[in-house]
Design a protein around this ligand. Structure first.
Ligand code: DX5
Ligand code: ZN
Length: 225
């Protein structure tokens, strides 16, 4: 399984965003991860659809929008129109997560569903078949630079098997505290889309940091446990 690296611009210099995006895409990153926070679902406020629209004109990279907002259903049109490729919302933020997936698809985007560390996998079990991606948060959302929560490894592994058992296709994205070391742990568990903010933008050599996070390709063997 080929690993996709998604640098989070949350750790970039917002005064030079275009250059900061170019820096990571030129270094081989496939996705650009955009953290949208509303000051309610999480304490801080970050960026909105206007920024996505400006970035869209500037890059052909996949724009991976992570909505950390209440009532995500109210934001889908703006982000799709702005040029998002993937829209990921939190299962904790809406009463009708399946309808949100349908709406994202109608708007022509890929749909991701994120779950917080404290939310059980059962909350997304019925969504796996229709979602394009499940985002397992490996920190509590809200800030860059937090410590990876090791106990999430079992959850990633369980999701990997759930997808396998359902004989469906669904990417497993992880977000929070990912660096060269934790990358290896999550990739072994089956994660294939790796978000990293501080480990990439904080590195002296960005291309090296991306390659370290990508690591060696891991071959997963099917088994029945
Ligand atoms: C956290 C955000 C992350 C954040 C990750 O709420 O969703 O995308 O930027 O930052 P690092 O990689 O520094 O933990
Ligand atoms: Zn994120």
């Amino acid at each position: 399984m080929k690993t996709i690296v998604a640098p989070s611009i949350l750790s970039a210099d917002f005064a030079h965003l275009a250059d900061e995006v170019k820096k990571v895409t030129a270094a081989g990153a496939e996705y650009v991860h955009v953290d949208v926070m509303d000051g309610t679902f999480v304490p801080e406020i970050t960026i909105g659809a206007g920024v996505v629209k400006s970035l869209r004109k500037f890059t052909e990279a996949v724009l991976d929008v992570h909505l950390m907002v209440e009532h995500p259903e109210t934001q889908l049109e703006s982000f799709a129109a702005a040029g998002a490729d993937i829209i990921t919302f939190h299962v904790e933020a809406t009463r009708h997560p399946h309808r949100v997936i349908q709406k994202i698809h109608e708007l022509g985007c890929k749909a991701g569903v994120a779950i917080n560390p404290g939310t059980s996998l059962s909350a997304i079990e019925e969504l796996v078949e229709d979602a394009d991606m499940i985002l397992i948060m490996t920190v509590n959302p809200g800030y860059g630079g937090q410590k990876f929560i090791e106990s999430m490894l079992g959850k990633i592994h369980m999701l990997y098997h759930m997808i396998e058992e359902m004989e469906t296709e669904c990417d497993i994205e992880v977000d929070g505290g990912i660096n060269a070391k934790t990358s290896e742990l999550v990739r072994e568990m089956g994660a294939n889309v790796l978000v990293a903010g501080s480990a990439i933008y904080g590195a002296a050599d960005v291309a090296q940091a991306i390659e370290d996070i990508r690591g060696e390709e891991i071959i997963h063997h099917h088994h029945d446990d």
